[in-house]
Design a protein around this ligand. Structure first.
Ligand code: NI
Length: 203
């Protein structure tokens, strides 16, 4: 090989690397900077819970990944299934390089009935990466307090009945890989609206 063709070869290789590099980074370059985590809204904090496989999970275990957090209960007639379905559809509609960075967490506010086994059956109906979390009454109330989630057993009729309902707030929280509050979604958010926000925040 002559020295000219060698230079041409090196040049060609350099151009290929440059094109590949730009193409890979292009989505990030076009998106501009990600919105910052809120420094004024202080939600979240430490928790220790049990996942639907029976493992202990703390806030430290989800460091390094975004989390989409929803508090509810599996016996919920329609509010929770709707919210979790919205999260599932939103995650399915954004690029996989983004959805792979988000763990949807479903934390029960009804640990009395929502055992890890019940949670395991339930989360199967939603996004494959969804993690169901339960725990003792104390563990749940501590986690819920961190997110200022309201919940209360609805007392009516037979107090012994297993068919009780739970009142609960139905926000979903998007948390950063550092565990900081990014944004939240109210119950009436559509999957498209949630997907737009997820695309904006998740990098
Ligand atoms: Ni519910």
């Amino acid at each position: 090989m002559g020295s000219n063709s060698r230079i041409l070869l090196y040049f060609g290789v350099a151009v290929v690397f440059l094109i590949v590099g730009i193409t890979v980074r292009l989505p990030q370059i076009l998106e501009g900077p990600a919105p910052e985590a809120s420094s004024t809204i202080n939600l979240g904090g430490p928790f220790e819970l049990v996942d639907h496989k029976g493992n202990t999970i703390t806030n430290e275990d989800i460091q390094g990944t975004y989390s989409l957090i929803y508090f509810g209960y599996t016996y919920c007639p329609d509010v929770c299934p709707t919210g979790l379905q919205t999260a599932t559809l939103a995650l399915e509609s954004i690029p996989m390089r983004k959805s792979n960075k988000v763990i949807p967490l479903f934390i029960t506010i009804d640990p009395e009935r929502d055992t890890p086994e019940v949670m395991a059956e339930y989360v199967k109906h939603f996004h494959p990466s969804m993690v169901g979390l339960t725990g003792s009454e104390e563990q749940i109330s501590e986690a819920a307090a961190g997110y200022r989630v309201y919940y209360k057993k609805v007392e009516e009729g037979d107090a012994q009945s297993e068919d009780y309902l739970m009142d609960h707030s139905a926000f979903q929280y998007l948390m950063s890989p550092e565990g900081k509050y990014l944004t939240h979604f109210s119950h009436d958010v559509t999957a498209d609206e949630m997907a737009e926000q997820l695309k904006k925040y998740v990098r």
